[in-house]
Design a protein around this ligand. Structure first.
Ligand code: HEM
Length: 230
């Protein structure tokens, strides 16, 4: 089979969607861990971390950002291709979402992946606009460095109840998306079977809850416990 054909064969599509999804899951783990510095009342650690990412890695950061953008795009392209294929194979929607048993794991999460994915993609564009390319406030750290006060930008943003509610809703959708996406990705990579499927399914749920709660916790903490705008 030609390489270009196998890229868009039904197995190829699921494989690429699964692999790119797992890479994005890896990114959000690192992103959440870095963002936990926002819980520190001292703004220096978070700002220094963000400064290191943008200024301390030389050209490697451009390579990393290019790869990240490419993985996002691959995930979206393949998600659309897989969903389109499913719709073509079964143009009439399911009257009722039920698990058919055996290897079928149909659920509301599994049948709404494309909608959650579209919302997360729109969110990501708005997110980059607000934070990465948003307002630049400079300040001086305790040891005299002049760097961007991204901490203040994030706190000002979550000082607004509507921004906070918007993020909490999207993070719930992200958790829901991951609750099916992660274990389904492992399954597409061939990690399934009688003993393995319940394990990866459990892992997927736990992962989704940790990511959902972690990302919801940040705006929640900033708005409800500090009032934001520090
Ligand atoms: C409460 C939740 C979140 C907060 C507070 C947050 C905060 C931030 C901040 C402050 C930046 C700018 C970093 C910089 O320019 O150095 C950023 C970048 C970014 N965020 Fe988030 N984020 C959150 C959730 C998410 C989620 C759920 C996703 C993915 C779906 C995401 C994807 C990204 C991406 C792709 C970047 C750009 C990374 C780069 O190019 O370096 N973020 N985020």
């Amino acid at each position: 089979m030609r390489f270009s054909m196998s890229l868009f064969s039904s197995i190829g599509k699921k494989l690429f969607m699964g692999l790119s999804g797992l890479m994005l899951s890896g990114f959000i783990v690192v992103h959440l861990l870095g963002n936990l510095a926002l819980l520190n009342p001292d703004r220096d650690p978070f700002n220094k971390y963000a400064h290191f990412l943008t200024h301390g890695l030389g050209n490697a950061i451009y390579v990393a950002e290019f790869l990240l953008a490419a993985i996002f795009i691959i995930h979206i392209v393949y998600a659309v291709a897989v969903t389109w294929g499913n719709w073509m194979a079964r143009p009439v929607g399911y009257a009722k979402v039920t698990n058919a048993g055996g290897t079928s794991r149909k659920s509301i999460a599994s049948t709404t992946m494309i909608y959650g994915g579209v919302l997360i993609a729109i969110f990501t564009v708005m997110h980059l606009y607000h934070f990465k390319f948003g307002e630049v406030i400079m300040y001086t750290t305790k040891d005299g460095q002049q760097i961007r006060d991204l901490y203040a930008v994030v706190y000002q943003f979550f000082g607004n109840i509507w921004n906070t509610v918007f993020y909490i809703v999207v993070m719930l959708i992200l958790g829901f998306h991951l609750s099916h996406g992660v274990w389904s990705a492992f399954q597409s990579l061939g990690l399934n079977g009688r003993r393995f499927t319940p394990f990866i399914q459990g892992f997927g749920y736990v992962f989704a809850v940790i990511m959902g709660v972690g990302f919801i916790g940040l705006p929640f903490y900033i708005y409800f416990l500090t009032g934001g705008a520090q």
